[in-house]
Design a protein around this ligand. Structure first.
Ligand code: FAD
Ligand code: DHB
Length: 396
């Protein structure tokens, strides 16, 4: 079946969903395809922290009703090391805060809004065989097979590759026309979601000789915690009691106890820095994890994905009206923030994780840096400025 739209969007993660909505606000049509089911997309546990600018962006786009009611503002974080827990006060240092609101909820809000605005077919879930083609022409095409088995060919003005790190869009760019800059880290995160009120009022990032630990949360009644483990660790070797014991040890502080509770979900995630450039080839534009990955320490991935599409929506709007200028500036505009976030995430990661085989020199350098960040207003301000984020382009 042949159809026609202005923008073909591959992927219904945060990047693709917000893009579809921002384009609709500008009167631009899109067809959006997603290989997973709606239920899967809405349940996939990932990020939890929104920068100040991401919240502003979602508000400006009119999709922050539930975020404003249920998001939890945090004015800082704790850094823990060498038996101390030190507060970094973002509000005092930068006048800004972050908001704890799960990616699952951002995704649910955006899916609900798209389907309400554009009807039940607006997002084609559970598609197979997605292909993007003719990208170096004025009429790129998106092909897919819908859940009920119909093969579609959609002629587009442009295609947005919002299909995550393992998607098909980035590989559709000829290899000689893109560069990939990557680093894998010799550790991973074991994450749990637990049905227990958080034992802390703000996130705790803990350096510990046995490895990094992070206490985060999803709500006043659900906690999210992470442990540094080896990248080849088998989750089967981590019964709940072992996870709680290890978290208690790494987060231990005299006079404070970690409240354990039923584990709702657990999984292991590898850690990588990766940037593919440029983020455009002809009429294909990459956004979010399709173009770049950061290690999770510092909570940047979701925020980068949202910031990319805040640039992309006006660029595609102009392109559809025959003006190429913003489309030509898109990749460079995004990559500046991407590299800033890539540096910050690498810095937080290497300051807080224990490298296997690390010597005493490396440990002492990490501790010296942590003491400096906790003690120096200048160093703490730098962390706070990066963590709370960078200005996002307006959606107007
Ligand atoms: P994705 O969310 O990956 O969405 C891409 C979509 O495309 C998926 O739904 C996929 O199914 C679909 N797709 C793939 N291939 C195809 C195809 N061929 N056809 C159709 N559809 C396709 N970031 C933060 O900012 N803060 C945090 O606190 C944070 N914590 C994290 C914790 C963990 C454990 C993990 C794993 C990540 C974390 N991140 C965090 C990163 C964040 O989750 C990602 O950066 C974010 O999901 C990127 O959004 P996206 O829309 O670009 O990609
Ligand atoms: C969460 C994830 C992060 O990577 C981080 O730095 C802070 C919080 C989270 O999932 O809650």
């Amino acid at each position: 079946m042949r159809t026609r739209t202005q923008v073909g969007i591959v992927g219904a993660g945060p990047a693709g969903l917000l893009l579809a909505h921002l384009l609709a606000l500008r009167g631009i049509d899109s067809v959006q395809v997603e290989s997973r089911s709606r239920e899967y997309c809405e349940a996939r546990q990932r990020a939890g922290v929104l920068e100040d600018g991401s919240v502003a962006l979602l508000r400006e786009a009119g999709v922050a009703g539930r975020l404003d009611r249920q998001g939890i503002e945090h004015g800082g974080i704790y850094l823990q090391f060498g038996g101390e827990r030190r507060h970094i006060d973002f509000r005092a240092l930068t006048g800004r805060a972050v908001t704890v609101y799960a990616q699952t909820e951002v995704v649910k809000d955006l899916i609900a809004r798209r389907l309400a605005d554009a009807g039940p077919g607006a997002i084609q879930f559970s598609v197979t065989g997605t292909v993007v083609d003719d990208l170096d022409t004025d009429r790129p095409v998106l092909r897919y097979t819908s859940e009920d088995g119909v093969r579609y060919e959609v002629a587009c003005d442009a295609i947005a590759g919002c299909d995550g790190f393992r998607g098909i869009c980035r590989p559709a760019i000829p290899p000689e026309l893109r560069s990939a800059t990557a680093r894998d880290y010799p550790y991973a995160w074991l994450g749990i979601l637990a049905d227990v009120p958080p034992s802390t009022d703000e996130l705790i990032y803990a350096w510990h000789p046995r490895g990094f630990a992070l206490h985060s949360l999803r709500s006043h009644t659900v906690s999210r915690l992470y442990l540094q483990v080896s990248p080849d660790e088998d989750i089967a070797g981590w019964p709940d009691e072992r996870i709680w014991a290890e978290l208690s040890e790494r987060l231990e502080l005299p006079g404070w106890t970690l409240r354990p509770g039923p584990v709702l979900e657990k999984g292991i995630t590898g850690m990588r820095s990766f940037v593919s450039a440029p983020m455009r080839y002809g009429r294909l534009f990459l956004a979010g994890d399709a173009a770049h990955i950061v290690p999770p320490t510092g909570a940047k991935g979701l925020n980068l994905a949202l910031a990319d599409v805040a640039h992309l929506a006006p660029a595609l709007d102009s392109l559809c009206r025959g003006d190429q200028k913003l489309a030509e500036a898109y990749s460079a505009a995004c990559l500046e923030r991407v590299w800033r976030s890539t540096h910050f995430s690498w810095w937080m990661t290497t300051m807080l994780h224990i490298t296997p085989g690390a010597d005493e020199m490396e440990r002492q350098l990490q501790l010296a840096q942590l003491r400096y960040v906790a003690a120096s207003r200048a160093a703490a301000t730098s962390l706070a400025e990066n963590y709370t984020g960078y200005p996002s382009p307006s959606t107007a």
